[in-house]
Design a protein around this ligand. Structure first.
Ligand SMILES: Nc1nc2c(ncn2[C@@H]2O[C@H](COP(=O)(O)OP(=O)(O)OP(=O)(O)O)[C@@H](O)[C@H]2O)c(=O)[nH]1
Ligand SMILES: [Zn+2]
Length: 481
């Protein structure tokens, strides 16, 4: 029998109240039912008209990138992207009242009547809540670390998890950092009716790299960082003393709050897409496809913040098309570009492992059309007295294979194979990357990182050479990841 939510709900009711002697059994069954309900909901989403529209739009975008939509790696991509976008904007359908209702608990203040604490006048601070939101200007996910402080009144406090749930309702929408902070603050103020609420968001937005641009420095892919604040009630005045207590507790945790009170305005250049004056010739079909995605998410495409979004998103996406780079690389792989060849007669000289570390890359996951980015380390044998391959040439190879719809394993192999053509066949490549698709949606593993290794020639039979090269790789955190 097919598990529909209604049917499963009925099944649940049959268990009756949980008693201590059957709690284990009930727990298992409840877990199973929850899982079944979740997959039933997922299945339902797959068939909804909004999902179908987004799937069609994604096919147009893939074709615009010159991809074969029937290639195996891309077959499920339209559905994955549709589900990711709908999941990532589910906040439009959520209601703060439903979350807060029933989670306000009576809590007395200090008995002596001197000072502030408990449910009256003390501070409650919930720190380091990690979220992803979608940038309304370019449709890419951006990372948010959220800190909330409120001053209870009326002898009641809110269940702590609800602070995070309420913030996530607004994070799961197309957003701008300041609006997100204001909406979270206002929702908590209305939901808890405390003496005041303060919200601080630390936001990170990926740069828009392009092969031609200078956005990528030689070490790592940069981030646009923005810190915004919002306050209500006793926090309304940004200079009020009470901010000091909140900020001090954040300072204890290495959060730089120096500029917290210089409220960042929307006109500050937050989304890198806004700083592009020049955009390439518009692809009308692709533009219309992105607009149809926005409408399917329940957005009004004439809202002023969204007017440029299709163009901005395409500006990002078309980086991964690459036709010009293809021609540049032909020279590299066929050895017609002189500096790429190792020069000198090295046949009698001793060879050593040469390494080029921390070559930055930015790529686009072909499963979810979301960025993955990080650094590449390349090792190869080089004879004494022979010029190694120029760092800029290795960086070009990395960019060439990065600026495509990719998977990390393929990227690693392709770099290794290309470098082996230039270096005589003994190559080791390590790629360290953060996958936005692992962080911003689905499993939401904040801080997770993936490393892949490819070895060719002598590196595959010589553990000492591998160890020597691996030892040179700095800690990921210190290499710009
Ligand atoms: N091996 C590999 N997998 C990747 C890469 N980028 C994304 N993926 C994975 O591709 C898989 C796609 O799995 P599916 O089950 O078809 O899609 P999904 O339902 O969106 O998967 P979840 O991410 O688990 O929600 C996921 O496990 C992703 O983590 C990559 O570079 N290499
Ligand atoms: Zn943006």
């Amino acid at each position: 029998m097919k598990a529909t939510p209604a049917l499963l709900e009925n099944e649940l009711k049959k268990f009756g109240p949980i008693r201590s002697n059957n709690i284990q059994v009930n727990k298992v069954c409840v877990g199973f039912v929850e899982f079944e309900v979740a997959s039933a909901v997922q299945k339902a989403i797959e068939g909804e008209p909004e999902t179908l529209v987004i799937k069609d739009a994604v096919k147009i975008l893939l074709q615009g990138l010159g991809e074969d939509i029937n290639r195996e790696g891309l077959l499920k991509t339209p559905l994955r992207v549709a589900k990711a976008l709908r999941e990532g904007t589910r906040g439009y359908k959520q209601n703060v009242k439903d979350i807060v209702q029933g989670a306000l608990f009576p809590e007395a203040g200090l008995e002596s009547g001197v000072g502030h604490a408990g449910g009256a006048g003390g501070l409650v601070i919930v720190r380091d809540l990690d979220f992803f939101s979608y940038c309304e200007s370019c449709l890419l996910p951006f990372q948010v670390k959220c800190h909330v402080c409120y001053v209870p009144s009326g002898q009641q406090v809110l269940g702590l998890s609800k602070v995070s749930r309420v913030a996530n309702v607004f994070a799961k929408r197309l957003q701008d950092p300041q609006r997100l902070a204001d909406e979270v603050c206002s929702a908590l103020q209305h939901g808890i009716m405390p003496t005041g609420v303060a919200v601080i968001l630390q936001c990170l937005h990926i740069h828009f790299p392009s092969f031609e641009s200078t956005c990528l420095d030689s070490n790592h892919l940069g981030w646009v960082k923005l810190l915004v604040t919002s306050g209500s009630g006793v926090f309304k005045n940004e200079k009020a003393d009470i901010w000091g207590d909140f900020l001090s507790l954040l300072k204890l945790r290495d959060i730089n709050v120096e500029s917290t009170h210089s409220r960042n305005s929307a006109d500050q250049c937050w989304c890198p897409s806004r700083s592009f004056s020049k955009t390439g010739p518009a692809n009308v079909g692709m533009n219309a496809a992105v607009a149809s995605i926005l409408r399917s998410l329940g957005e009004d495409t004439s809202r002023k913040e969204l007017v440029g979004t299709p163009t901005h998103f395409l500006k990002w996406l078309m980086n991964f098309k690459n036709s010009n780079l293809e021609m540049k690389l032909n020279g590299i792989v066929h050895g017609t570009i002189d500096p790429f060849k190792i020069s000198g007669d090295a046949s009698d000289n001793e060879e050593h492992v040469h390494s080029e570390l921390n070559l930055s890359f930015c790529s686009q996951c072909e499963h979810h059309i979301l960025p993955f980015h990080g650094v590449v380390h390349i090792g190869y044998f080089c004879a004494e007295g022979v010029n190694p391959i120029g760092k800029s040439h290795l960086q070009s190879i990395v960019h060439f294979y990065g600026f495509k719809l990719q998977v990390q394993e393929r990227l690693t192999r392709q770099i290794a194979e290309t470098v082996s053509l230039l270096s005589g066949g003994d190559v080791m490549v390590v790629v360290e990357a953060n996958h936005t698709c692992m962080i911003s949606r689905g499993i939401e593993k904040f801080g997770s990182n993936t490393a892949t290794i490819a070895v060719l020639g002598r590196f595959s039979t010589d553990p000492a050479a591998r160890a020597l090269f691996l030892e040179r790789i700095p800690n990921y955190s210190s290499s710009g990841g």
